[in-house]
Design a protein around this ligand. Structure first.
Ligand SMILES: [Zn+2]
Length: 71
């Protein structure tokens, strides 16, 4: 089962010798207990905030693209 990083959502790779997880994206190195803890702490507000930020970025990207086409 693939686990995902609670910090950045990146793919986690398990280190068999320590039973800890290493994030391929941000380099987070933590135990499964800590991952569950971080996941429990993150609320729906955080998810909404991240989604909104992503939408804002898409809007900006699309409008800047349109801007370039105009000139
Ligand atoms: Zn990460």
């Amino acid at each position: 089962m693939v686990k995902f990083c609670p910090e950045c959502g990146g793919e986690l790779k398990m280190d068999p010798s320590t039973k800890n997880y290493l994030c391929k994206s941000c380099g987070l190195f933590t135990s499964i207990e800590k991952i569950e803890e971080l996941r429990d702490r993150s609320t729906h507000d955080d998810i909404d905030k991240k989604r909104r930020m992503h939408d804002d970025y898409l809007d900006w990207w699309q409008s800047s693209k349109k801007e370039k086409q105009k000139h």
